[in-house]
Design a protein around this ligand. Structure first.
Ligand code: KG4
Ligand code: ZN
Length: 331
């Protein structure tokens, strides 16, 4: 079969990224221009500033990605871009740029769901991984437990009813004085503490999640007792939040009688969460997968990979493609 090269474009939040991926699995380039330094001073992403920065750098990032892959525009078989979910202004930059490229080069356009991109990051790190498997998607904007029936077929088993887990990480970090994005800082500080503070866990009759209770409990504890040991607080937060993820994942493994479990999304970079999920291998006799760290957080290689599998089944878009800020999995 002829090799297929997909150019992926990601601009849903504060990373402008362009990548070339061969046959959905081999990354030839994955250039990521992060705006973290710009947004840090505001304690979070400022949507309009994010859009403006995407506009400033997207052409240059694309040229770099092609150069690194040692390819020209003509060598590309399809252009994939994140169509949602995300910040509408940020998404529109990538979608418009991808549409312009598709029109000018006369190449197929594939609009990719960002959350499905996070799942596809696992295909890059684990060349042998094929559906069906269970995926726990944990990121700044999403917490979804999904049955990956096929490359483009998904069944949502559970999702958060309020905050995404990454939002809780970032909020907790902010109140205890750690810089944005707080997830990696909590990961580090938690290693110096003990999980000795009792925090609430929330479960439902189905496999949904809730992280607002644990977040509020920490905000209150910290407010009432400003001298509370921050490392212990981080360790206790990680321990309790991870328990909620693990408990629902175990129920889903049993429900589906499945033997493969993957993690995806920015929060899956967390070392404690990775360690606890790995323990499931022995406990439940399943194989656990997670993407390499650089592919956990937002990047365009995962979009190119998901774009490849959509392209293969003819899920291509036309030039009416628009940004869909609240896009759901499978949409
Ligand atoms: O997937 P992502 O880059 O963006 C979304 O699609 O939302 O995820 C970003 C989130 C942030 O909340 C960040 O704090 C979190 O991932 N994160 C982590 C770690 N690295 C990134 N959370 C916990 N531990 C980490 N090591
Ligand atoms: Zn993401």
């Amino acid at each position: 079969m002829k090799d297929i090269y997909v150019l992926g474009i990601e601009s849903s939040c504060d990373e402008t990224s362009v990548s070339v991926v061969k046959n959905g699995r081999e990354v030839l380039s994955n250039v990521i221009n992060s705006q973290i330094k710009i947004h840090k001073q505001f304690g979070g992403v400022v949507p309009e500033i994010a859009s403006r920065n995407h506009v400033d750098v997207i052409s240059q990032v694309t040229n770099e990605a092609l150069k690194e892959a040692n390819l020209k525009f003509e060598d590309i078989d399809a252009i994939a871009c994140t169509k949602g979910p995300g910040l509408v202004g940020a998404l529109l930059v990538g979608v418009s740029y991808a549409k312009a490229l598709s029109f000018a080069l006369n190449k197929p356009l594939v609009g990719v769901n960002h959350i499905e991109g996070h799942i596809a990051a696992n295909y890059i790190t684990h060349k042998e991984l094929k559906p069906q498997f269970l995926c726990m998607i944990i990121s700044g904007g999403h917490t979804h437990l999904v049955n990956i029936k096929d490359y483009t077929e998904f069944e949502i088993l559970g999702k958060t009813r309020d905050d995404a887990i990454g939002e809780a990480f970032d909020k907790v970090a902010r109140v205890i004085g750690l810089e944005y994005p707080g997830g990696p800082k909590i990961d580090k500080l938690a290693k110096e503490g003990k999980a000795n503070i009792q925090l609430p866990q929330t479960y439902f009759e189905n496999l949904d999640f809730s992280f607002s209770g644990i977040k509020t409990a920490i905000l209150n504890l910290n407010h009432k007792n400003p001298d509370i040991n921050k490392a212990d607080l981080c360790a206790s937060f990680e321990y309790t939040a991870t328990n909620m993820l693990i408990e629902n994942t175990k129920k889903a493994i049993k429900k589906l009688n499945i033997d493969k479990v993957a993690l995806a999304g920015g929060v899956s970079a967390n070392s404690y969460i990775r360690e606890q999920f790995l323990n499931l291998e022995k406990e439940l006799n399943v194989k656990v997968y997670y993407p390499e760290i650089t592919l956990c957080t937002d990047n365009a290689a995962m979009i190119a990979s998901a774009g490849y599998y959509n392209y293969l089944v003819g899920n291509v878009s036309d030039l009416t493609l628009n940004a869909i800020p609240n896009l759901k999995i499978g949409g």
